[in-house]
Design a protein around this ligand. Structure first.
Ligand SMILES: Nc1nc2c(ncn2[C@@H]2O[C@H](COP(=O)(O)OP(=O)(O)OP(=O)(O)O)[C@@H](O)[C@H]2O)c(=O)[nH]1
Ligand SMILES: [Mg+2]
Length: 449
């Protein structure tokens, strides 16, 4: 659904959380401070939620695999005479939506709701993760580039000069390592210094003239939910949702003219991509330097973990072995409590003869023992999977299994819920939220063991 700034969730009367939300929402009006909405956008796994958590002090889900944030999340921070309403968005590779999460992020960015967009870019792979910013630069909304993961870039022998980068693209660039809380204050300082009403000078991507010619044909219909120029470029790129929205918004004759224009200018789509790529290459040429041509530790490990044969073999063994290790560790720790509870039954009965002792020995003590054993087993399994997630191994399993799972109607992102299904179906079904499409989600749920 197209998000509307003025629409909010229905609120009930008197409920504590609704009341709190309402106070938070109106905090700007209540305190007389200016409210600035800041959207955190960027490719999946670039550290948006980590930055959001650092900025707001909240605890959004972070992890080392793409697609964790599947919905918009908000937090507010009062700073000086401003209230910053921070919005953490799902990851998106660009402003052409290929999945539900990308659509949520894209629609929110183009809705006009954000006063500022913080585009999060991975410093270790600037060339790939700056694409979204190249599209954003075409909008009027002020942009700050958060050049995150500077530590990873350094480890991989890359030097990204934030000043030169900023000069090349004409946008403020803040180098940061969000996981170590570096650069977070500078983001706020940059935001404090910005006036969202004031147009930002920038070097936007020069798009082919056909885009503005097509935009003129759109004739700014009031029901068109997108900016004209942007909608024109997406029509040329064949964006399904934008095409449908424009078709519905235009009268028959006008849509005919748009269609004729599009069929006569099919080659422009490639020209748009080429021009964006030139913009990216130019900026990277000026600001990114490969200091040492070394292979990062993760690249070295990936030769095994992403190998078509060895990688699959390791994955095939790693998951059951991890689950088994968790079960064994749980049994050795929590199992002791269960053993003690069962062993101690006669002693309890001897100490408290009668119904009380019998209830404790045969009911309460074994129940507590079983609960302790199960909590330990589940706890260890989760700790092991958390570790695998954090080092990025689960993301590699998704990558390895993607081709196979797509053939049976699911997708690479189904691998993790399917693995969770070996332990607990409730968690696994909840985990299918990350799966890209509704159909893939259903297939995954049906396949759960
Ligand atoms: N080394 C390093 N790791 C980071 C940094 N920032 C975030 N991370 C890690 O990168 C991973 C991804 O972080 P998230 O904040 O979940 O990324 P995201 O962009 O919100 O991801 P999606 O919601 O899936 O799009 C996590 O394991 C973080 O701990 C950083 O500056 N350096
Ligand atoms: Mg996130």
């Amino acid at each position: 659904m197209y998000p509307d700034k003025n629409k909010s969730r229905p609120e009930c009367e008197g409920c504590y959380s609704c009341e709190r939300r309402s106070v938070e929402k109106n905090i700007g009006a209540v305190t007389g401070k200016e409210e600035i909405t800041v959207a955190l956008a960027g490719q999946p796994n670039t550290g948006k939620s980590t930055i959001f958590n650092r900025l707001t002090g909240l605890n959004q889900k972070v992890g080392n695999w793409p697609g964790k944030t599947v919905d918009r999340k908000e937090g507010r921070v009062v700073r000086g005479d401003r209230v910053y309403r921070l919005v953490d968005l799902p990851g998106t590779y660009g402003l052409t939506a290929n999945s539900v999460e990308e659509e949520i992020a894209r629609d929110y960015i183009v809705s006009g709701d954000p006063d500022v967009v913080v585009a999060v870019v991975n410093a270790a792979s600037v060339e790939r993760s700056i694409y979204l910013a190249s599209e954003l630069a075409g909008f009027k909304v002020p942009i700050v580039i958060a050049l995150n993961m500077m530590d990873v870039a350094e480890q991989e022998g890359r030097r990204v000069d934030a000043r030169r980068f900023s000069a090349a693209i004409g946008l403020p660039v803040v180098p940061m390592t969000a996981s170590m809380n570096q650069g977070v204050d500078q983001i706020f300082e940059t935001l404090d210094a910005m006036d969202p009403q004031h147009p930002q000078e920038r070097n936007s991507v020069e798009l082919p003239s056909e885009v503005s010619r097509l935009a003129e044909l759109l004739d700014s219909p009031s029901s068109l939910p997108y900016p004209k120029e942007w909608a024109a470029s997406k029509l040329i790129e064949g964006d399904y949702k934008v095409t449908r929205a424009v078709k519905n918004a235009l009268k028959d004759g006008k849509w005919q003219a748009v269609e004729t224009f599009l069929s006569g200018h099919k080659e422009v789509a490639n020209a748009i991509i080429r021009m964006r790529q030139q913009w990216i290459d130019e900026a990277c040429r000026k600001a990114v330097e490969n200091v040492k041509a070394c292979r990062s530790p993760s690249e070295k490990w990936d030769r095994i973990f992403l190998h078509p044969l060895w990688g699959r073999l390791v994955a095939f063994l790693a998951i059951p072995l991890s689950a088994l290790t968790g079960i064994l560790l749980g049994m050795f720790t929590g199992g002791q409590a269960l053993y003690a509870a069962l062993e101690g039954g006669p002693k309890i009965k001897a100490a408290w003869p009668g119904m009380m002792g019998s209830m404790m020995a045969d009911g309460l003590a074994p129940a507590l023992g079983w609960i302790t054993a199960l909590v330990c087993i589940i706890g260890f399994i989760y700790a092991i999977f958390y570790f695998l997630e954090d080092i990025g191994y689960l993301a590699r399993i998704s990558f390895l299994t993607d081709t196979f799972l797509r053939r049976i109607g699911a997708g690479g992102k189904s691998a993790i819920p399917l693995m969770l299904g070996l332990m607990c179906n409730t968690v696994a079904i909840a985990g299918t939220r990350v799966v890209e499409t509704r159909r893939q989600r259903l297939v995954t749920i049906v396949m759960l063991p």
